[in-house]
Design a protein around this ligand. Structure first.
Ligand SMILES: Nc1ncnc2c1ncn2[C@@H]1O[C@H](COP(=O)(O)OP(=O)(O)O)[C@@H](O)[C@H]1O
Ligand SMILES: [Mg+2]
Length: 275
């Protein structure tokens, strides 16, 4: 089954404007896949994410999320339930400063019964490694912990698909690592994950990557296909990962590694194989 089918999605914030935030976007995400969407500021990443979460209805083109047609008004709440979204700023996502109250509020909005709520909260906190934090205040959490609580809030609704819109961009390295590990765990549990990022290194986690530029798709492929393509990355305005740059610098100096490494670990391995 496909988690997302987008066909020729096109959207302008000012109707009839030629300025398209996304422009003829078509792609399909399979259930359980982990996607990374990358591109410069203003290239349309958030606009696309808002479509997937039914915060925006398609103006043009077709969109099916979790088997639900996004053009049907009756599906809006079903899509929001099936496809949860976590945002960039960890501080803007809480309604209450007490963690279980915050999570409960979200669940009530989705019509979850009062007797079911405590268990949903407990299970969601466990899934993000924050078990036992029910009565704590969000004020005393680190950025990474706040994002994990925000993820728990979305998870408690039991969506099949999770969208992360630059959720690590305001975090320190430790917070980033925690949140990325949480995403990995969710993937292992079978969730479909769509991660928007501006850290190219994070894309290595993904099954597939999509590069956006000026609202258009410049490339879709595995990290192994996309990341060594420095010409494509340049056109997207992205700097290749350090290991890829090192590969080409070495090549220019007459040293050719067997394969283009994507991570620093693979680079070290490649260097060790040189004789
Ligand atoms: N609420 C809005 N009203 C008008 N234009 C917007 C709005 N949000 C985004 N845009 C414009 O749409 C384009 C895509 O923005 P966005 O989807 O936020 O990109 P990204 O998330 O990649 O930075 C940009 O040109 C941006 O200025
Ligand atoms: Mg954005």
């Amino acid at each position: 089954m496909q988690a997302v089918i987008a066909q020729h999605l096109t959207y302008s914030y000012l109707e009839k404007s030629k300025n398209r935030a996304i422009d003829n976007i078509s792609f399909q995400v399979r259930e359980g896949e982990f996607w990374a969407i990358l591109g410069h500021n203003g290239c349309g990443k958030t606009t696309l994410a808002r479509h997937l979460n039914a915060l925006i209805s398609p103006q043009k083109g077709e969109l099916v999320v979790a088997g639900l047609d996004a053009l049907a008004n009756a599906n809006i709440w079903k899509i929001r339930k099936a496809c949860g979204m976590v945002f960039q700023n960890p501080d803007n996502q809480f309604v209450s400063s007490v963690i279980d109250e915050d999570l409960s509020f979200g669940l009530r909005n989705f019509g979850v019964s009062e007797e079911e709520i405590p268990n949903r909260v407990k299970v969601a906190l466990e899934a993000v490694g924050m078990a036992g934090y029910e009565k704590r205040s969000t004020h005393f959490l680190s950025g990474g912990q706040k994002q994990r609580i925000a993820i728990a809030g979305v998870l408690a609704v039991e969506p099949d698909i999770l969208i992360f819109d630059e959720v690590t961009s305001m975090l320190d390295p430790e917070g980033r690592r925690d949140v990325l590990n949480t995403m990995q765990r969710l993937r292992e549990r079978g969730k479909t994950i769509i991660m928007i990022s501006h850290y190219i290194e994070e894309a290595i986690l993904a099954d597939r990557m999509m590069l956006l530029h000026d609202g258009k798709i410049l490339g879709i492929g595995t990290p192994g296909e996309i990341l060594p393509d420095i010409e494509l990355l340049n056109r997207t305005g992205l700097t290749p990962p350090m290991a890829v740059r090192a590969y080409y610098d070495l090549k220019a100096a007459g040293i050719t590694l067997k394969e283009c490494p994507l991570t620093n670990e693979e680079l070290v391995e490649g260097l060790c194989q040189l004789r």
